[in-house]
Design a protein around this ligand. Structure first.
Ligand code: NI
Length: 190
């Protein structure tokens, strides 16, 4: 396994449209090793998610995991999930304000409107079907990662007046955001 370099905003790879992965390609040792690298890179960077496109592979794969993470202590855990060729469909039109950062955008956070409930259809890393509805912060994380596969970065969708460095987020926004998401988690689950 290897830790990959993470593309930073401004690199054109982040604006590409990732291509579908075939079943044969997914089953190949190369792709399975790539997925191991993606997970290792996400862990090394303390990220909650990482899309293949962020490590210069424009294919429709992303990894998501929230452990006890010092970067996001308010986030409910999400077990390690690999999404291959994911398609998200909002369930209802309810949205919430999610405060997001990104491993490809150094030292910036911002508020993005995300759907509260989304259906995810995808394969796991073994090609088994995933079909579930995810909620709240977990749904926000899924939407952020799948946006990467469409060449989108959270700054495209954020209200620019909410942009903050990590330090200023901690000082001025974190407490109210935690209060808001605690209510969201109590209402809809993770
Ligand atoms: Ni990101």
């Amino acid at each position: 396994m290897a830790i990959r370099k993470i593309a930073q905003i401004g690199h054109p790879v982040l604006r590409q449209i990732a291509r579908e992965v075939t079943r044969d390609e997914l089953a190949s040792p190369e792709t399975q090793r790539f997925i191991d690298d993606l997970v290792e890179t996400m862990h090394d960077a303390d990220g909650a998610g990482l899309a293949a496109i962020q490590v210069y592979e424009p294919i429709r794969i992303c990894a998501i995991e929230v452990r006890n993470n010092p970067r996001y202590p308010y986030k409910p855990p999400i077990p390690l999930t690999i999404l291959v060729n994911p398609v998200l469909t909002p369930v209802g039109d309810e949205q919430f304000d999610n405060n997001e950062g990104c491993l490809s955008v150094p030292n910036l956070r911002g508020v993005v409107k995300r759907f509260v409930h989304v259906q995810v259809r995808a394969w796991d890393r073994h090609g088994n079907a995933i079909d579930e509805v995810v909620h709240g912060l977990k749904a926000g994380t899924y939407q952020h990662e799948v946006d990467h596969l469409h060449g989108k970065i959270f700054v495209d969708r954020a209200d620019p007046s909410t942009f903050a460095t990590w330090t200023e987020f901690e000082r001025h926004q974190r407490a109210s955001f935690i209060e808001q998401v605690t209510q969201l988690v109590a209402r809809v689950g993770s």
